[in-house]
Write a protein that binds this ligand. Structure first.
Ligand code: PLP
Length: 317
């Protein structure tokens, strides 16, 4: 397969025509997903097994994720946006109530809230981290507020102690938009494990790329069980036509999950998910002095953030 064939949007003629300074075009790719023979192997195995919807590849991937993030309750979603929507449905917030969202985030954070019948109220962000400003957050709480959606934008985790303090004080639910924060920790805990719900994206520019995909973490077994029912047509498990509750279809496929079936990835035999997350940017940030100092300069004082990962500012979908 030629490069042009896998790079829609850049025609062959665009790539070979000389640019204004007379040199051939060498397009800089916004996203360069780590895909190779191993992924082709996973895909062809899933195909040869003739069970391409959510199955044992997804189960294996879920186990790897849960072990890495040290969380017990997790379900998949088709993508991060639908993951946020599902998380909000699970929280069952009053229709028309207000949800506090940082003014700087990806469109999907607020869109999911609107589709869930909520009113997004935007909160200022710190200019150095782009994360939700805790003082402004508290000032925006009203009797109609039901939830907070902190966003760990660019993999820079929010001040979750501050967010949780406001949530506790006003009895608000917390749904973390951790779409860009797989592999990021705060005070030794993985992003997405602080709020009632934490949501991740596995879009192509994320720490783990499956093309499309998402995951939700829950802190309570009750919320987790509700999510299982809601995502799988109102039943906890497939293979039955008994649907005790109302539900929808938020499943993924084994084709996606197979791509990231980490436990059998030979590159990842010793350090499963860390290996896959070592994109050139990740490695640069974590293995060079320059990268480390840039990480530090974007880190809130007095916290022990140990990672920063996610889409870069100019990425768009
Ligand atoms: C902060 C944030 N929230 C939500 C999403 C939506 O995720 P997805 O593209 O998987 O729907 C993204 C994706 O870029 C994101 O960056």
């Amino acid at each position: 397969m030629t490069r042009a064939a896998i790079d829609p949007g850049v025609s062959t003629s665009d790539q070979t025509a000389p640019n204004p300074i007379g040199r051939p075009h060498d397009p800089i790719r916004q996203v360069d997903v780590w895909l190779g023979e191993e992924e082709l192997g996973f895909l062809s195995r899933a195909i040869s097994e003739r069970w391409i919807t959510e199955g044992h590849h997804a189960t294996a991937f879920a186990t790897a994720i849960r072990e890495f993030a040290k969380t017990d309750y997790m379900v998949f979603a088709p993508n991060g946006t639908l993951g946020l929507y599902l998380g909000l449905l699970v929280l069952d917030l009053p229709r028309g109530s207000e949800i506090l969202i940082p003014s700087f985030t990806f469109y999907g954070s607020a869109a999911a809230a609107v589709f869930a019948g909520l009113k997004p109220v935007f909160v200022d962000c710190y200019p150095d981290t782009f994360n939700i400003d805790i003082e402004d957050l508290e000032s925006k709480v009203t009797p109609s507020t039901s939830a907070i959606m902190p966003v760990h934008v660019y993999g820079q985790i929010c001040d979750m102690d501050g967010v949780l303090a406001v949530a506790r004080k006003y009895k608000l639910k917390v749904i973390e938009d951790a779409a860009q924060a797989f592999g990021v920790h705060f005070n030794g805990r993985h992003a997405g494990t602080f709020g009632d719900v934490g949501v991740f994206s596995f879009f192509s520019d994320k720490s783990i790329a499956m093309g499309e995909g998402g995951a939700l973490f829950f802190q309570s077994e009750i919320l987790y069980e509700r999510a299982r029912m809601l995502r799988n047509q109102g039943r906890a498990n497939s293979g039955t036509f008994e649907h005790p509750e109302l539900g929808m279809n938020f499943r993924i496929t084994d084709l996606q999950a197979g791509i990231r079936q980490i436990p059998t990835d030979p590159r990842a035999s010793t350090e499963p998910l860390e290996t896959v997350m070592q994109t050139p940017e990740w490695a640069w940030r974590h293995q060079t002095d320059e990268g480390a100092s840039q990480l530090r300069s974007h880190t809130l004082p007095d916290t022990d953030h140990d990672g920063s990962q996610g889409g870069s500012p100019e990425l768009s979908e």
